[in-house]
Design a protein around this ligand. Structure first.
Ligand SMILES: [Zn+2]
Length: 152
């Protein structure tokens, strides 16, 4: 197979490329994106990366990321970059920003938390830096250092 053909397998004309996902979190990213998207979804795992050591890449045809999806992605892959592709070219590069607050999109693992006992909408506040964010439950005040595990 020539390099050109290999490239064609992965290139998309229009859609979104999520790059610099820390390995092995590509499948978690796919989970967040949902499988109901139209078009081809390509997952690349364990690419070499100077920044991360190894990285995953997810490409989705025709996908427009909503703010809610981007916020979830931020918790799973804060180092990720988002490239918007049109006519086979990158027209926009977005750096993921981890929001300061998350409402209704994470689940508190504390079984005694009011969000679990009374079904109150969850509310978390980010702590720590952008690259390695933690989240604290607004209600039970527990701090979680692996917020990707709380994403529902
Ligand atoms: Zn809680």
């Amino acid at each position: 197979m020539t390099p050109t053909r290999t490239h064609k397998v992965y290139a998309i004309e229009r859609g979104t490329v999520i790059d610099h996902i820390p390995s092995p979190l590509a499948m978690k990213v796919v989970e967040i994106l949902g499988v109901h998207q139209e078009g081809i979804l390509t997952v690349g795992i364990n690419f070499k990366s100077e920044k991360l050591g190894s990285k995953d890449i997810v490409k989705v045809e025709n996908l427009k990321l909503t703010a809610a999806v981007t916020d979830r992605l931020a918790l799973v892959a804060p180092t990720a970059t988002i490239n918007i592709i049109e006519d086979g070219k990158v027209v926009e590069k977005r750096q993921i920003k981890v929001p300061r607050e998350f409402k209704g999109m994470l689940r508190c693992p504390n079984p005694n938390c009011v969000t679990n006992v009374e079904g109150v909408e969850t509310h978390f506040v980010r702590e720590g830096d952008q690259a390695k964010p933690g989240v604290r439950c607004h209600y039970c005040e527990r701090l979680y250092k692996e917020p990707s595990e709380l994403v529902v």
